[in-house]
Design a protein around this ligand. Structure first.
Ligand code: SF4
Ligand code: SF4
Ligand code: SF4
Length: 380
């Protein structure tokens, strides 16, 4: 676990950057052949650089939109302003106050002070939102979710619009697939129920007073964020340890499997909403992995590098020879693509179409590696 010095260092870095980069969660750091560059692709200011075995975020360039944090499959980019925890509690309180209607508003429209801030949750940009928060709210009774934007066409975050659209699309797909009537919609004006006739009472702080309070709270917020988000939620390991040591293969023949809080929140919410009403879903949060055993040479590298443990050797069946069976669990897969990228035989394919039966089946899919014709020297 991080020492108090580590926490202090992280807290200090938070004052400079709204995004914490957990380097050893990035697939490109985990393996130099990883193709994922989702964060780089969505960053409107080119603040992120990903190379083989390295990721860097330029805090001076970062505008805190949060888009990178919502597209990273392995949750390597951790939002801290606000943290997921703070955002979830603000959204839950606003949903209760608005009797089941959740309203998220971007900072741009929020700054116009048109609506009662206790009735909506503010985000820097709507691109900060992802399926985990939408589905969690729906599972707890939110009947309607509205994303209120500040006219994206003229916004400095305008390039993030495809990220917002994707979050709405995939959230609504998952909600519909589970028989929920809740939907996310977009609006450029606050819903009537949130509007205030006179905002003076709500925004009584002087400008100076507001910034003074904000500065005073910043350190506390940073420390709390460092502790809850990084230490407790992600189980982040000590910073002083070299990254090569942190990522070495463990006794079970695989690199450390990552804890994925957002992924877990999403699947728990899906389960709470209800049984699926469709046979399959298209999603960016899970996937179907298949192995062509005619191409496979049973090296097992896909299972060595899998980030989540969705693809792993079947220890129960493979007690004598670990290479006899691999198993895959769609519910654990985060669609990071690393298993595909490390397979030098091109035997592995990943699809965003996932069968609900496979998603909810407690029995993982088993690949019989004994069917591989010319097994290579085993790697485990
Ligand atoms: S928060 Fe936005 S601006 Fe900052 S690195 Fe991520 S995508 Fe780029
Ligand atoms: S795993 Fe996350 S941090 Fe790494 S390249 Fe992909 S999106 Fe970026
Ligand atoms: S099975 Fe493949 S795509 Fe799924 S989490 Fe593991 S490495 Fe990523």
């Amino acid at each position: 676990m991080p020492s108090i010095n580590d926490i202090a260092q992280i807290a200090e870095s938070l004052e400079k950057s709204p995004v914490f980069v957990a380097r050893d969660r990035c697939v490109a750091v985990r393996n130099r052949n990883a193709l994922c560059r989702c964060c780089v692709g969505v960053c409107p200011v080119d603040a992120i650089e990903v190379r083989a075995n390295e990721i860097k975020l330029d805090a001076g360039l970062c505008m805190a939109c949060g888009a990178c944090t919502s597209v990273c499959p392995t949750e390597a980019l951790i939002p801290l302003k606000p943290t997921d925890e703070d955002l979830a509690s603000a959204a839950a309180a606003a949903t209760v106050a608005l009797e089941g209607h959740t309203v998220f508003a971007c900072a741009r429209i929020s700054s116009k002070h048109l609506a009662d801030p206790s009735l909506y949750a503010e985000v820097p940009c709507l691109a900060r939102l992802d399926e985990s928060i939408v589905l969690s709210l729906a599972s707890r009774g939110a009947e309607h979710v509205t994303f209120v934007d500040g006219t994206c066409e003229t916004c400095k975050y305008g390039a993030c619009v495809p990220v917002i659209d994707a979050t709405m699309l995939y959230s609504n797909e998952l909600l519909a697939a589970h028989g929920s009537a809740t939907r996310v919609e977009r609006a450029s004006e606050f819903p009537d129920a949130t509007l205030v006739e006179n905002s003076e009472g709500l925004f009584g702080s002087t400008r100076r007073g507001f910034f003074s309070e904000a500065a005073g709270a910043a350190k506390e917020t940073a420390l709390a964020a460092a502790r809850t988000t990084i230490e407790q939620e992600f189980g982040y390991v000590e910073q002083d340890e070299p990254i090569g040591t942190r990522l070495r293969v463990t006794a079970n023949g695989a690199m450390p499997h990552l804890k994925m809080p957002r992924h877990e929140a999403t699947i728990n919410a899906m389960d709470a909403i209800g049984l699926p009403v469709v046979d399959e879903i298209e999603t960016r949060r899970f996937s179907t992995v298949t192995i062509d055993l005619d191409k496979c040479n049973a090296c097992g590298m896909c299972a060595v590098f899998c980030t989540s443990g969705a693809l792993k050797r079947d220890e129960a069946k493979s007690s004598s020879d670990p290479l006899e069976y691999l198993e895959f669990s769609a519910a654990d897969c985060v669609q990071c693509g690393l298993c595909h990228d490390v397979c030098w035989k091109g035997a592995l394919s990943i699809s965003p179409i996932v069968s609900c039966e496979q998603l909810y089946d407690f029995e993982p899919v088993t690949f019989d590696m004994k069917a591989v014709k010319k097994p290579r020297k085993k790697m485990f």
